[in-house]
Structure formats: C-alpha cells, structure tokens
Design a protein around this ligand. Structure first.
Ligand code: MN
Length: 238
C-alpha cells in the first residue's frame, strides 16, 4: 500500500470518529474519500456505525458504487450519493452524507440556510435543497438507493459545497477530508446559531448575515487545519 493511500485511510477513520464525536452522525451517516491518484475509485467503510470504523472496514468502490472486492461485506444502501458526486465533480476529494439534526428544519421550512459567521463562510454562496419527490414520486422511503437518484442529487448539488435533502439530511463535499469534516461541523453549528438569531430577532426581523463576498473571503482565510489536527489526534488516540 502506498503512503498516500495509508494516510487517506487513516484520515477517513479519523473523519468517521470525529463526525460521531461532534454529533454530525450517530449510528447512521457516512464519509468517503477519493483514492489518491485514481479518479474513478473511492473509499468508504462497510455498513457500520461511524464511531466503530477502523482501517479494516474501509472498502474500495468504482463510480457506479460497485465494490472492487466485496468479500461478503455489507454495504451502505446510500453509497450511490458518493459515486455520483465523484463522477460529476472532479474537484471533490471527500463526501459526507449525514442527518445532522439542526440542518433538518432548513430542508423543510422554506427558510434558506445563510452564513451567520466566518467559520461557515461556505454557506454564503447558497445551499440548495434536494427534493426526492421531483425525481422518484410521492411516496419514497427518502433514501438514495440507486445511481439515477444519486445523479439527481449530484445535479441539484451542482458546484456548491453542500445540499440539504428535504426530510432526510444533507450532503457535504470538499477538496479534502479535513475540509469536509470542518464543513460538516460548522454547517451544523451555523444552522443552530441561525435559528437562535432568527428567534431573538423575532418574526419578520432582518438578520445581518455574511454577504457572498464576505463568505468567499472567509473561506479563503481558513483551512481549518488547527481544528483538524486536534480532532484527528483525539480520534486516533494519539
Ligand atoms: Mn441517509
């Protein structure tokens, strides 16, 4: 195994545990990374609660989300989210799907998520909401179980860093594992803080969010590596 692959697997194990520790995922949700140097392959745990994931659990998939070597292991039903986003977004190196609780209301209430502070500047460019009914009819179980559903979600995501999934959760993407983890943590935090700001401002009152320009500047000024180094050490018991 190459050093780059070993590091990516270790990052992915850390990411699983960090997202669980931070309350972004519970028994459900998953995080993947593209295989270093192989644009058409990605790494994702076998079907397991994220807090329990070790290096042994990481499997390799192609962009159809078929396993390269399944060896009888059970797979996440919604792995198509990952494959179809990697296919559509060459810039994306890591993908998280989660049901992070504070973001759920913004998928159903018709109130857009907006950037409340610099830590979540990536929100300021707008976060689209995916409606599964538009693709799969009025009575689905809400899950992205097939390639075509994954493609329809990737289409709604477009070039954005995240999309909410109505009545379900969200998908978050980034050019690195460290950044996708930070985005998930601060997306959850942003949703919570936005609800608080809207409450204290009162009905109909204007909340003073970051502008898209401020969002871009905030994104450019923070790589979150100080937080990532701390989280990763703790997660791997170092
Ligand atoms: Mn899900």
């Amino acid at each position: 195994m190459s050093d780059a692959l070993a590091t990516t697997i270790e990052d992915l194990v850390a990411a699983n545990r960090i997202l669980a520790e931070q309350g972004v995922v519970d028994g459900y949700g998953h995080v993947s990374a593209r295989v270093p140097g192989k644009t058409d392959r990605y790494l994702l745990s076998r079907s397991l609660a994220p807090a329990s994931v070790t290096g042994e659990d990481i499997m390799e998939f192609d962009l159809d989300s078929s396993p390269v070597d399944q060896r009888g292991r059970q797979m996440y039903l919604e792995r198509f989210i990952h494959g179809e986003i990697y296919r559509k977004r060459p810039d994306v190196q890591a993908v998280v799907h989660h049901h992070s609780p504070s973001v759920i209301p913004f998928g159903i209430a018709g109130v857009p998520l907006q950037a409340v502070y610099h830590m979540s500047g990536f929100v300021a460019g707008g976060i689209p909401v995916y409606e599964i009914r538009d693709k799969d009819g009025p009575a689905t179980d809400m899950l992205i179980r097939t390639g075509p559903l994954g493609r329809s979600l990737a289409d709604v995501l477009g070039v954005k860093p995240a999309a909410l999934m109505r009545g379900h959760g969200a998908v978050v993407v980034a050019p690195s594992v460290s950044l996708v983890v930070a985005r998930c943590v601060y997306l959850e935090m942003n949703a919570r803080l936005q609800m608080q700001a809207m409450q204290i401002a009162g009905p109909g009152a204007k909340v003073n969010y970051l502008t898209p320009e401020e969002g871009v500047a905030a994104v450019d000024s923070n790589d979150f590596l100080r937080a990532w180094d701390l989280w990763r050490k703790k997660a791997l018991g170092q």
